[in-house]
Design a protein around this ligand. Structure first.
Ligand code: BES
Ligand code: MN
Ligand code: ZN
Length: 488
């Protein structure tokens, strides 16, 4: 979708539809101006019970001028409209525009309150993300045509924000596309090559290590999870380094390109969406891209261990004992708790880089989905200040994060009789998300502030909603950019 910004008058703009956002109960200036053209029709909609300008409601009328349709968009009460709720409105505008098959739409921005840069950013993100579909393999879907052009009607200086919004939305779409790609295609080598292309375009450097190097580095967790797969594992190290960076931060992303559960194989229904199990890795790749294009003043390193978790002949087994990158050992109880096994190596590697902060993202546990559902990620770690910075960034962006505890009792639950730790807290799943985090903690240098985001519930969605579309969401990009913007 092309985004254009113009200060044209609403009644002169050439488009298939004009969207006019209105707060509950009153027409703003732009809407009122259009209402004179429409002889009071819009004002009469405001008094309609079913519209009023309630949040998320649309009301369409036809117009015989340069536009075919004028569509009022309800924003609800002014003081209840958050930035995320507004972004969802822009997402819904794109969705409706697709449904009614409009190719070119105009959206009036000047009845909206708010900071110019933010407004441009939110409008661009919402419109682009709402226009997204993963339809690469559809040979027939004629009634689902993307919108070509959205014209933003405004006198405000929204251009800088629009530019930023495009970078962020494109980065989220990169995540969505990678997550939605079938696992038969996105084997680790494929994902690594995609990462290479993305990094190259964004001036992020990347090193890709294959099986041999992974072995030489002593990453036996990653090798073990990979052992049941015919596809070679990869270990990605990406780096964005601006001049005079303020801090060095490492992001680590779980990259299981398919999680069958391994020998502890998953029942079909639980396996159905397991192509999403590389969301953490995809998010880290896209985050470095966004940070580089936005020229953030931080030295960022992205790490992504990539492998399938398959039950092939050579698969790792319950009872196996593995030595990881930093020399610590783990006992395998359950081959489906594989995320923590590969992250153990990656977090050990991250710690050795001696950064100021480590943040990992992982679709780690079903337990976190049970605890928080699909609307928030869980955050845990060794530093409450860091965890609360992420909670605050979640509040600001609408990518919600809730802090869960890491009590010493969970450390007890993952102690092994034969190794340093075991990869399962309890067969009953009690505190499953927290014992998983306690396991990760064992591989992080305790002097480095570290946060773990369990994104199992938020990485994938099964319905179209707001600026989300069935499949991968892109959750985490706005969250972490906001976290970075608020540092110091
Ligand atoms: N990838 C899954 C977690 C997951 C579940 C992600 C649902 C997204 C949606 C992870 O590897 C896993 O299988 N976890 C197990 C751990 C258990 C065996 C201790 C789980 O949560 O059931
Ligand atoms: Mn698993
Ligand atoms: Zn997994």
């Amino acid at each position: 979708m092309q985004l254009e910004v113009t200060s044209q008058l609403p009644e002169t703009v050439k488009a298939d539809a004009l969207f006019l956002p209105v707060y509950e109960g009153t027409l703003g200036h732009v809407a009122a101006r259009m209402d004179r053209e429409l002889k009071g029709q819009l004002q009469s909609f405001i008094s309609l019970e079913e519209f009023h300008g309630k949040y998320g409601k649309f009301m369409t009328t036809s117009y015989n001028g340069t536009l075919r349709r004028v569509i009022l968009v309800g924003l609800g009460k002014k003081d209840e409209l958050t930035e995320d709720k507004l972004k969802k409105i822009f997402g819904s505008i794109s969705r409706l525009a697709r449904e009614i098959k409009t190719k070119k739409i105009a959206v009036a921005l000047d009845d909206l309150q708010g900071d110019e840069t933010n407004l441009g950013n939110i409008a661009a993100q919402g419109l682009l993300l709402g226009n997204y579909r993963y339809d690469l393999y559809k040979t027939q879907d004629k009634d689902n045509i993307p919108v070509d052009t959205a014209i933003l009607l405004t006198e405000k200086k929204v251009q800088a924000g629009v530019k930023e919004g495009i970078i962020i939305a494109d980065s989220m779409i990169i995540v969505r596309n990678l997550v939605n790609t079938p696992s038969m295609i996105k084997v680790p080598v494929y994902l690594a090559q995609e990462a290479k292309k993305i990094c190259k375009e964004a001036h992020v450097s990347i090193d890709i290590y294959g099986r041999e190097k992974i072995g030489r580095m002593g990453m036996h967790g990653l090798l073990a999870v990979n052992a049941g797969s015919v596809n070679e594992p990869q270990f990605l190290v990406m780096e964005y380094r601006p001049r005079n960076p303020r801090k060095k931060i490492v992001f680590v992303g779980k990259g299981i390109t398919f999680d069958s559960g391994g020998l502890g194989i998953k029942p079909g229904k639980n396996m159905l969406t397991m192509k999403e199990d590389m969301t953490g890795a995809a998010t880290v790749i896209a985050l470095l891209r966004a940070a580089s294009l936005l020229k953030l003043p931080y030295h960022l390193i992205g790490i992504a261990p990539l492998t399938e978790n398959m039950p092939g002949n050579n698969a790792y087994k319950p009872g196996d004992i593995l030595k990881t990158y930093n020399g610590k050992t783990m006992e395998i109880l359950h081959t489906d708790a594989e995320g923590r096994v590969i992250l153990a190596d990656a977090l050990g590697y991250a710690s050795a880089l001696k950064p100021d902060v480590i943040i990992d993202l992982a679709t780690l546990t079903g337990a976190m989905v049970i605890a928080l559902g699909t609307c928030a990620a869980g955050v845990m770690g060794n530093n409450d200040v860091l965890a609360q910075q992420l909670v605050a960034a979640g509040k600001a962006t609408g990518e919600k994060v809730w802090q869960m505890p890491l009590y010493e009792e969970y450390d007890e639950m993952i102690k092994s009789d034969v190794a340093d730790v075991k990869n399962l807290g309890s067969w009953d799943g009690i505190a499953g998300g927290l014992t998983a985090a306690a396991f990760l903690k064992a591989f992080v240098d305790e002097k480095i502030p570290w946060a773990h985001l369990d994104i199992a519930g938020v990485s994938f969605i099964d319905k179209d909603e707001g600026y989300y579309c069935k499949g991968g969401t892109g959750f985490g990009i706005n969250l972490l950019l906001e976290y970075l913007r608020n540092l110091e």
